[in-house]
Design a protein around this ligand. Structure first.
Ligand SMILES: [Zn+2]
Length: 372
């Protein structure tokens, strides 16, 4: 039986793509691919998986859209325009990305809107209460259901001092992940370490305002400390289960201990359908057919088994975040194909209510409990 549930995707680097490659997400993914054929974008970031028509077809109602720039030492190449060498520069880049989201929703008010408050969320969802089958939304269609964007700051080096957080909140940021690589706040991916004094000061200020903390990319040590010490809500917007990735050579995924603590803190974890995060050692030459969407269902099931229910896992695709559709499972052409997870989860014994929870309701509950 086909599922008919909307999706909330907890991680997409939309602003980074808009500013680095000029990607216009009001276009269908297929059109962006065609336009980029002779550009450098596919070589650097893969062919896009995203576009408004694809959100319609995949019933993607809300996206956590990031502010992301990398420090020079982590930059993928000179083509990347979103790179900083100091915190002032990081601040300018991150602030420009916030403004980019505001410009974007002003440009396409029927297609995208910012979700900063409960009223914004309810306004978006009012369009998605009775999802229509994908064939009702051909890619040529230019009006339809608006996609809500919740702004998530990934790697918080753009925050110069904790006293600045009020301004970021005012600008619409609702979720902050302190790490990407290690930052002055805590250890991060490939740069392990604990929370620092600056990190605790950031968390204290975040907590006072009501930000949700994203522990993705935090080193395990820092993540465990933050899970104990942060009284506000905690999520992992995009991470997979480390226990299923034996032999992976980095600290990017979540140990069972972190997942269990996250569950105990009523958190939600977004599973990433990216081949190297599903099959250790996968490389482009292995081809996309080497990984099946079933492996995403396996990670989802693993988290549910640890949690004892289906209330603490969702999707955090990270699509267009450094990879394109050739680095996603065989069944995925665009984000619309995430709906193909439904029969796989049914097959594992998940009920329609469980699948609705995993696709969108778990992230929705978090937004309903955390947005002002
Ligand atoms: Zn990331």
């Amino acid at each position: 039986m086909p599922s008919n549930n909307f999706i909330i995707d907890a991680h997409e680097d939309l602003a980074w793509n808009m500013l680095t490659f000029g990607r216009d997400y009001s276009r269908p993914a297929t059109e962006t691919r065609r336009l980029e054929q002779d550009s450098e974008a596919p070589a650097h970031n893969g062919d896009t998986l995203l576009g408004w028509a694809d959100y319609q077809a995949g019933q993607v109602a809300v996206v956590f859209s990031t502010l992301f720039a990398s420090p020079k030492r982590g930059s993928p190449g000179t083509w990347d325009s979103q790179v900083y060498i100091d915190f002032d520069q990081a601040h300018r880049l991150y602030w420009n990305q916030v403004e980019q989201y505001h410009r974007f929703v002003d440009q396409y008010p029927d297609q995208f809107c910012l979700v900063e408050r409960q009223a914004d969320l309810q306004a978006v969802l009012s369009h998605w209460q009775a999802p229509l089958p994908p064939e009702e939304y051909p890619v040529e269609k230019k009006t339809g259901r608006p996609v809500g964007l919740v702004i998530l700051m990934e790697g918080a080096e753009g925050v110069r001092t904790p006293s600045e957080l009020d301004e970021w909140w005012e600008a619409g940021v609702r979720i902050i992940g302190p790490a990407w690589l290690g930052t002055r706040f805590c250890g991060g991916t490939r740069e392990p370490g604990p929370m620092t004094g600056d990190g605790w000061a950031l968390l204290e200020a975040m907590q006072a305002i009501g930000f949700t903390l994203d522990i993705s990319h935090m080193d395990e040590k820092a993540a465990l400390q933050a899970l104990d010490g942060y009284a506000g809500r905690v999520i992992a917007s995009h991470a997979n289960a480390q226990a299923l990735l034996k032999g992976i050579d980095n600290n990017r995924h979540l140990s069972n201990q972190v997942i269990e603590k996250l569950v105990a803190r009523n958190g939600v974890m977004g599973i990433v359908p990216h081949n190297p995060f599903l099959q250790v050692g996968w490389k482009a030459s292995d081809g996309k057919k080497a990984v099946s969407l079933e492996s995403v269902a396996v990670h989802i099931d693993f988290v549910c088994q640890l949690a004892g229910d289906a209330r603490h896992v969702g999707l955090g695709s990270d699509f267009d975040g450094g990879f394109g559709y050739p680095a996603t499972p065989a069944e995925i052409n665009t984000i619309a194909d995430l709906q193909k997870l439904a029969p796989l989860l049914h097959h594992k014994g998940y009920t329609e209510a469980d699948i609705a929870a995993i696709f969108g309701q778990n992230w929705l509950a978090l937004l309903e409990q955390t947005l002002p």
